[in-house]
Design a protein around this ligand. Sequence first.
Ligand SMILES: NC(=O)c1ccc[n+]([C@@H]2O[C@H](COP(=O)([O-])OP(=O)(O)OC[C@H]3O[C@@H](n4cnc5c(N)ncnc54)[C@H](OP(=O)(O)O)[C@@H]3O)[C@@H](O)[C@H]2O)c1
Length: 261
Amino acid sequence: MPEPLRSRYGGPLEIPLRTDRPSVIANFVTTLDGIVAFGQGDLAGGGLVSGNFEPDRFVMALLRAVADVVVIGAGTLRGSSRQRWVAEHVDPADADLFRDWRRSMGLAAHPTTVVVTASGSIPLDHPGLNDAAIPVVVATTAAGAARISTATRSHRSVEVLGDGERVRPDEIVGLTRKLGARLVLTEGGPHLLGELVEADLLDELFLTLAPQLAGRADERRLGLVEGLALPPGRTRWEELRSAKRAGDHLFLRYARRSREH
Ligand SMILES: NC(=O)c1ccc[n+]([C@@H]2O[C@H](COP(=O)([O-])OP(=O)(O)OC[C@H]3O[C@@H](n4cnc5c(N)ncnc54)[C@H](OP(=O)(O)O)[C@@H]3O)[C@@H](O)[C@H]2O)c1
């Protein structure tokens, strides 16, 4: 890890790589009460949750910088109009350091963006899907592929996974393995995260806690994990790997506990 990045992070960033499948990590920012999105449109972005806090953008950049693949659900794509899922998008000042670091680790210039959609209803003109330097794979169903296959471009491909109405989480991880990935970062959103948690495929969670309380009175305010309600006894207990602080924000890193509580 280049020294300027290491000292800014406050130590090394070492993420264990599994041997049986790619390691899967997630990065989210929530309010103190667990909200990840205030709504749709102008209210959708994570910037409102973090307060556009620069150290949070730095951690996002670091994790993108070490990932082979960044997986996002179509809701996250539709909720962000400008994002490109590469380190320098969130931390342009360190672009050269990220490039050299990836090269030294033998990684491709940029992580591949994998977009998961059942419907195939995705904004193909989104900037995150239209940078020829950033490979994109759309992981979808047969019905979804029928909707988008005519619009593929050279850096972009469509993969039909399985024959169901949805894509199974293990098929998503299988796809990343086929792409040669060893480390997969998901930036959500909460529905995709819920599926990974349910399938017990999430190895680590990088969670930024933003010091604000937001509340929730309807389903448009999303929590960290959506579409899933594990009963006590079947919840996923995690162990704390590190806790860092910048101002009043906390940067927590949790790994899946090998032994149940
Ligand atoms: N604060 C944070 O850290 C953070 C992080 C990420 C996202 N967010 C916010 O969360 C919001 C989006 O939330 P979300 O839960 O709707 O997003 P999401 O999980 O990214 O998207 C859900 C959509 O992804 C597709 N999908 C997910 N799992 C699938 C599967 N197994 N098979 C096929 N398709 C699958 C489906 O797309 P189709 O409908 O196309 O079939 C589904 O409707 C946005 O506002 C975003 O800004 C916040």
